[in-house]
Ligand binder design. Structure first.
Ligand code: HEM
Length: 480
């Protein structure tokens, strides 16, 4: 009797302090659903269902560009918020522990360092390898061009003209990024079945739920580890791990490669391998899925005019450098705007002393983020008809600066994508190779639901994990 009274008083005390804390939080001024004040379970539920991006976007549509999404978490979708969170002081606010999920070989890499100082130190070691001047050097560019040619060869080998872009574009991205990391020790998955296996291990990973549980509740994850394996696989990439450990041990890589730069630093082999594996993973799904969503969109009948205009530009300028073709550039920008390969929140902590973002004061330690999917859609003055794929909008001088201020596919500031120039070169060179020789249309084996966005831990891929397109050679009668 006595002990149950103590329990009841303790429970009442806990409930009252929880309510007091919830009701007095400075975050209460932010708009958002009522339950976000009390629990993050709804947000987590959508994360576990691979639909975090769409859920957060639906909250932006309902409540505006600033929204509370959990007791200690807020999302923002304006250019001013992006500038504050990701660019203030150069590289913005510090990353949260979420990035610990991406540690490789147990080491922290540039991407997974949490504070500015560690990040800046690592970035200084390697940034020059991703400068545009290094990417457009002949040995680097020739490598991309060769891989685009191999991609076309793979397309031509298909007896019925149907190509699974999901597989082949991931192979292309894998071969290109490892060329930049390790040449001549890169992968050749467009020609070698053994290397294709490595790519498949990375691209078809299904560890989202397992890794989320490990992050949110490591104790529960340990307890149910074996049982969990049945429906939520852990991330296991032994082939990729071995490939990178082997390639990164080379002492004579080409001078333009990342490995060449890292070999000259005070890093042990495991640190070098971890950094390289991280960049390899960062460069496969992003470029592969970005191209995949874009080419699917270009193949729809509503995009026939865009495909034709692109083809006209390419055929009229066969010798032009890939980065001097305005409509090709507009196509890539619009593809990355509509289908950003990393569409979701990039979480950061509000620094000591708290900060004001878009008129709302946020205490230190609050998790804040922006997601490209929403930043690219919420401002309908900058992007009228935001869900419509309309490359021409990038050719219009009026409003150009504002559109570019809102472009967040590669994030922004000092922690934005270091591989941006490499990715753009890969995307443009592949599109040029394809659309100067083929017209593409969807295969009948595809349903639109196959191409729905399915969130992974940080990037997003087509739900069906396939993208069947029919490649029709130009001049074969069915194209101009
Ligand atoms: C279309 C292709 C790509 C897109 C859309 C993209 C997007 C992004 C984004 C949004 C970030 C910031 C992530 C965050 O703050 O959590 C990022 C970081 C990064 N990306 Fe990319 N990426 C692409 C291709 C590549 C490629 C080809 C590489 C090649 C190595 C690469 C390497 C990296 C690295 C190393 C970082 C971490 C940078 C840092 O922490 O300073 N990315 N990328």
């Amino acid at each position: 009797m006595f002990s149950s009274s103590i329990l009841a008083v303790a429970a009442l005390f806990l409930i009252v302090s929880f309510l007091r804390q919830s009701l007095s939080s400075p975050l209460n001024r932010l708009p958002g659903p009522w339950f976000a004040k009390y629990t993050s379970l709804v947000l987590k539920w959508h994360e576990f269902r691979a639909q975090r991006t769409r859920y957060v976007h639906s909250l932006h549509l309902e409540y505006g560009p600033a929204v509370r999404i959990a007791p200690n978490e807020a999302a923002f979708a304006s250019a001013t918020a992006v500038k504050e969170i990701y660019c203030s002081g150069g590289s913005g606010y510090d990353k949260t522990e979420f990035y610990g999920l991406f540690k490789v070989y147990g080491r922290r890499t540039m991407f997974t360092t949490l504070n500015k100082e560690d990040h800046a130190r690592r970035k200084r070691m390697l940034a020059d390898r991703y400068a545009n001047t290094n990417v457009v050097r002949e040995p680097s560019l020739n490598g991309i061009s060769e891989r685009a040619t191999r991609f076309i060869r793979r397309c031509c080998e298909s007896s019925d003209g149907v190509v699974d872009l999901f597989v082949n574009l991931h192979s292309y991205a894998f071969d290109c990024v490892t060329h930049h990391l390790f040449h001549p020790y890169g992968a050749d998955s467009l020609q070698s079945v053994k290397d294709e296996e490595i790519m498949r291990e990375v691209a078809f990973d299904d560890s989202l739920q397992n890794r989320l549980l490990d992050y949110y509740n490591p104790t529960l994850h340990k307890l149910v580890g074996k049982f969990l394996y049945v429906f939520a696989k852990p991330r296991e990439t032994p082939l990729a791990d071995d490939f990178v450990l082997g390639s990164s041990a080379a002492t004579d890589p080409a001078p333009f490669t990342l490995l060449d730069r890292l070999n000259g630093q005070k890093l042990d082999h495991l640190d070098i391998a971890a950094e390289c594996l991280d960049h390899m993973a960062a460069g496969i799904d992003t470029t592969g899925d970005g191209l995949c969503f874009l080419m699917w969109e270009l193949s729809q009948s509503a995009s026939a005019g865009h495909q034709q205009r692109l083809r006209d530009e390419l055929l009229a300028n066969p010798g032009a450098p890939f980065d001097k073709l305005p409509f090709l550039d507009a196509i890539v920008m619009e593809g990355l705007r509509c289908f950003p390969p990393i569409p979701m929140s990039l979480p950061r902590y509000v620094p000591r002393g708290g900060r004001e973002i878009d008129g709302f004061f946020l205490p230190e330690g609050t998790i804040v983020s922006s997601q490209a999917y929403s930043v690219h859609r919420i401002d309908t003055t900058a992007f009228p008809g935001p869900d419509v794929f309309r490359p021409e909008r990038w050719l219009d001088q009026e409003g150009d600066a504002e559109r570019r201020r809102l472009f967040f596919a590669f994030a922004n500031g000092g922690r934005g994508c270091i591989g941006k120039h490499l990715a753009l070169a890969e995307m443009k060179m592949l599109l040029r190779a394809v659309y100067s020789q083929f017209k593409t249309v969807p295969d009948v084996g595809m349903a639109h639901s196959d191409m729905e966005m399915s969130d992974q831990l940080i990037s997003s891929r087509p739900l069906g994990q396939k993208c069947l397109l029919r490649f029709v050679p130009l001049g074969s009668g069915s194209s101009s």
